[in-house]
Design a protein around this ligand. Sequence first.
Ligand code: NAD
Ligand code: UDP
Length: 310
Amino acid sequence: MKCVLVTGGAGFLGSHLCDRLIESGNYVICLDNFFTGSKENIQHLVGNPNFELEERDIIWPYMKGVDEIYNLACPASPVHYQYDPIKTINTSVFGAVNMLELAKGVKAKLLQGSTSEVYGDPVKHPQTEEYWGNVNPIGVRSCYDEGKRCAETLCMDYHRQAGVVVKIIRIFNTYGPRMAQNDGRVVSNFIVNALQGKDIEIYGDGTQTRSFQYVDDLIDGMIRMMATEDEFSGPVNLGNPGEFTMLELANLVLELTGSKSRIVFGTLPEDDPRKRRPDITLAQTKLSWQPMIPLRDGLLKTIDYFKSQL
Ligand code: NAD
Ligand code: UDP
């Protein structure tokens, strides 16, 4: 039985990962400060002898005998990461240092939950891992983008300088059950508003694109990445290459919910990337992984979840 630390384990992605790791016979420690995570996400695991909750902030050093670390602690929605940007960058950077020091100290493997945001507003399309990105270092999104880029740098420096086994994944927009109703990201906003008969607000003209991956596909990719040979650090893109405009997404949500909500147009946020689509050739070859759940099917499952919550 392995002892696995999941930081951000009470969040949307982290709680699904905790579930999957426990199902596969691991002992899981979930570290979370509950900034955007919730007790409900992990309620069903409390009391399980193979689950331990560590309510603490990742910006403080932490030592524990663990075998693997999945580092996911960080607000991910623009609304939440821009709420306290100094805290966001501290979480990414000091959080990464603390987890890498832990990995070094106890010889654990570390998987870093990085993001497609490291590509910024990409000039290269679709994005391959070799692309260095087009990030504004001083904009309102920088606390997140640059924090995550710095965390990747730290991973590679601990790897080269201290021999820590690191695995970097760049996660593209992921959605599914357990997103918070007030998460603020586009899929949950559109579904929640459609189900409540409220206007669906598209920021800008709706021609910007994103590639949406269902949570189960991502968790599968994460676990495959952790299992690769020690020498392989990535980074590896994990995303669904299906690319949609926000207008297409809005219309699909209306169709699948049967909602009569109106589509309205608002202001495009500063530095909002125009387009995003992963090239997943590396994940296909190194992890034998590719997403299995098309947007329509994943949205139906997510709509069912929000129906049960509202
Ligand atoms: P989330 O907001 O649901 O989860 C983040 C979790 O981290 C929450 O439980 C939160 O309470 C916790 N957290 C935040 N700051 C913390 C701190 N200082 N100390 C301890 N815990 C802290 O978001 P998510 O979508 O589950 O994202 C999880 C990770 O995946 C993040 O690192 C995010 O950057 C990355 N990611 C997610 C997506 C996506 O589309 N969901 C895309 C790219 C990257
Ligand atoms: N967006 C939107 N309406 C919303 C929330 C987001 O039109 O209610 C847009 C947003 O401007 C962006 C896209 O949807 O162009 C994806 O936004 P999200 O915050 O989900 O993810 P990110 O921008 O970080 O990829």
